[in-house]
Structures are given as structure tokens and as C-alpha cells.
Design a binder for this molecule. Structure first.
Ligand code: SF4
Length: 362
């Protein structure tokens, strides 16, 4: 689904943006580190209603000012409930939608920077092999009338990844690295299980030598034992190829196994971000704590005690004023209903957006 915003809509949007105070997500970045992706205050608003004169009156704020850095060869996990904006964030970075506002800078292996927010479609074309997407549903994302070999070869040929006469052997090699037998080359997707289909999807993405892969719920449709195999495959490929991942999932127990950094999203904003160890062992934001309380504990003597969140996720078309989480937060204070909290670094690399930490900035 592509979205174009007309100039009239854009004017209304700017006014809308200026009139609103949203949570500020500000992250410094370390000049000494090699970042493949730097995202700043990224917004993706979809117009949802217009006046009789065609002026846009309301927007669905799917992504509402997101900032983070991703180091080359590392993984950032983006986690949150369905509808929090994590999938839209991934697709916005890949420019499957035109970016409403903000910046997403991709830096290639040679240090050349590309501002994805402003690149024209034609200028984006050469980057399409470097930036890849692995979809959630391995059943519908593979063309049913093409063989596995043809599916993986297609992009290799289109992008001239290797000389024509080497494509067959190259594809067999990619398949082998993804745990696919050579005789699968001439088979069709319907002949495979969900886990094998996801391996085919990963092989298709890997075949064009990507640098950054956005994995959108890549294991959600799979059995737990198959999930582990696919995660291990992604980790192995990362070690071998130095690929960077943005791993989107609603499942914290999966995200924590693959991520170096975890960002927790709620209603279009990142509410907490830190190393996987920080977020998993010391979650600070009440929303992160509630998410973690529902993660099964691998200890027969300890029982997980899920903390029930009050109410439903509010609509991103009409988010609550102040802290967007205040309608469901058991720690809600008067200030939370009025003012959006700022993102604060409470310990090195651990950021939280919550008024409980207003005086704890490091
Ligand atoms: Fe809860 Fe207030 Fe923190 Fe929001 S800012 S998470 S409402 S305590």
C-alpha cells in the first residue's frame, strides 16, 4: 500500500504536527561507533478523514517520532503489541511508504550516507538489494507457481549479483547455507512446511547480498521448535556475512535471543530502549514490565505472573493526551495525563520515557 500526501494534506499535516506535543525520543550517538542506520524523530501519519473541501482533518499516527541507532552487524529488536506501529516503522524505513517527517540515514559499507526520507524512487533503486525485508507469513509471500530455484534466482538475475552462467551454482550455494537441500531447487513452495518456507524466504533475501534485513515477525507463524531453528539460522548468517537486522516481533521471549538492543514501542513511540540485558533483566517502563511479566519462565519452580494491562490499546488515530500509556498504567500520576514524558538516559545506553524517572537522568 503506497501513500502519497498532497501539498494540501502536507500543509494540514505540518500544522497538525506543530500543534501537538509528542513524546520526545532523542538519542545521542557515539561517533566512534559504526552505525548502519540512524533514525531520528521518524513519523508516519496516514490521512484518515477529510473535510468537504478536501482538507485532511485527522491522521492515524502509526509512527510518531521514533529515534534509534543500529550498529553495523548487530540486531535491534522492536517489540510491542499489535497495532503499536512496529511493522509500519520497518516499512517506512524501507520507503514502502513515503516518510511523513523525520530522518532515516543508511550508511553503506564504504561510509556513504543515504537519507532514505528524501531519496527519490529512482535513487532508491540501487539500494534495494542492500535493504531487504523478510515477511511474517512464509505461506503468502512466496509465488506459488515458481520453483524454489526460480524464486531465489529471480532477484539474482535482475540485480546482476553474479554473471549469468554462475547463477545456478550461486543459488544452490545460498540454499545450502540456509539449510535447503539441492533437490529442493525444482520444487514448489506448497511442498514445504512453514519452517522450510521461511528458510526459502531468508535465502531469497540473502541471495542479493543484503546489508540490512528487516525481519517482520519472521517466526510468528511457526512452531516453537522451528522458531529456534530459524533464529539460529539468522544468527549464523549474521556471523558469516555481518548482516544487520531490525527484528520486529510482539514476542519478547523471541526478541531477547537475537537482539543486541531492544526498543519497546507503544502507540507509535519508543517508550524504553537499551541493551537486551538491560531490558530483559531490569525493565523500567511500566509497559515493558507488563510485557515481561507475561513471558514464560524456564523454571518449573517459578510461575510466570502475567500483569494484566487495563483496557485495550487506544487508537493511534486518537491517542490519549500526555503519556499515551496513562489510560492503562497502574502508576499514573496527575502529570502523566497532561504532559508527554521525555526520553531520558537513566544509565549508560538505557533510555526510558516515563515521568517516574524525571529526576533520574544520568
Ligand atoms: Fe505510567 Fe506516568 Fe510513566 Fe506514563 S509517564 S508510564 S502514565 S507513570
Amino acid at each position: 500500500m503506497k501513500k502519497e500526501i498532497s501539498s494540501v494534506e502536507n500543509d494540514a499535516l505540518q500544522q497538525n504536527i506543530e500543534n501537538e506535543s509528542t513524546t520526545t525520543n532523542t538519542f545521542d550517538y557515539d561517533e566512534s561507533k559504526d552505525y548502519i542506520l540512524r533514525v531520528r524523530n521518524l513519523k508516519q501519519y496516514f490521512p484518515i478523514s477529510k473535510s468537504m473541501f478536501g482538507k485532511v482533518e485527522a491522521y492515524l499516527k502509526a509512527v510518531d517520532g521514533v529515534s534509534f541507532n543500529l550498529e553495523r552487524g548487530k540486531t535491534i529488536g522492536i517489540v510491542g503489541e499489535s497495532g503499536c506501529g512496529k511493522t509500519t516503522l520497518g516499512r517506512t524505513i524501507l520507503r514502502l511508504y513515503d516518510i511523513t517527517e523525520g530522518s532515516a540515514i543508511y550508511t553503506d559499507d564504504n561510509g556513504k550516507e543515504y537519507e532514505l526520507a528524501t531519496l527519490k524512487r529512482k535513487e532508491l533503486q540501487p539500494l534495494r538489494t542492500e535493504l531487504q525485508l523478510v515477511f511474517q507469513d512464509p505461506y503468502s509471500s512466496l509465488p506459488p507457481r515458481m520453483t524454489v530455484g526460480a524464486i531465489i534466482s529471480e532477484a539474482v538475475r535482475v540485480h546482476n549479483v553474479v554473471p549469468k552462467e554462475e547463477v545456478h551454482d550461486y543459488v544452490l550455494n545460498v540454499m545450502k547455507r540456509c539449510g535447503l537441500q539441492p533437490h529442493y531447487y525444482d520444487r514448489y513452495p506448497h511442498e514445504f512446511s512453514g519452517g522450510q518456507r521461511q528458510r526459502i524466504c531468508i535465502a531469497r533475501a540473502l541471495a542479493v547480498k543484503p546489508k540490512l534485513v528487516i525481519c517482520d515477525e519472521p517466526v510468528s507463524a511457526l512452531d516453537v521448535s522451528i522458531q529456534a531453528q530459524v533464529i539460529n539460522l539468522l544468527k549464523k548468517l549474521q556471523r558469516e556475512e555481518g548482516i544487520s537486522y531490525m527484528f520486529i516481533s510482539h514476542d519478547l521471549s523471541v526478541v531477547k535471543y537475537i537482539s543486541d538492543t531492544i526498543a519497546v514501542m507503544y502507540l507509535g513511540n519508543i517508550v524504553e530502549m537499551g541493551t537486551a540485558a538491560d531490558i530483559c533483566t531490569e525493565p523500567k517502563h511500566p509497559y515493558t514490565q507488563a510485557l515481561f511479566s507475561a513471558v514464560p519462565v524456564p523454571n518449573p519452580h517459578r510461575k510466570a505472573e502475567p500483569e494484566m494491562l487495563d483496557g485495550e490499546l487506544p487508537s493511534p488515530a486518537n491517542p490519549p493526551k500526555g503519556c499515551k500509556f496513562h489510560t492503562r498504567c497502574k502508576h499514573c500520576m496527575a502529570i502523566c495525563e497532561e504532559n508527554a514524558p521525555e526520553m531520558r538516559e537513566i544509565s549508560k545506553g538505557h533510555f526510558v520515557s516515563c515521568h517516574l524517572f524525571d529526576n533520574e537522568e544520568k
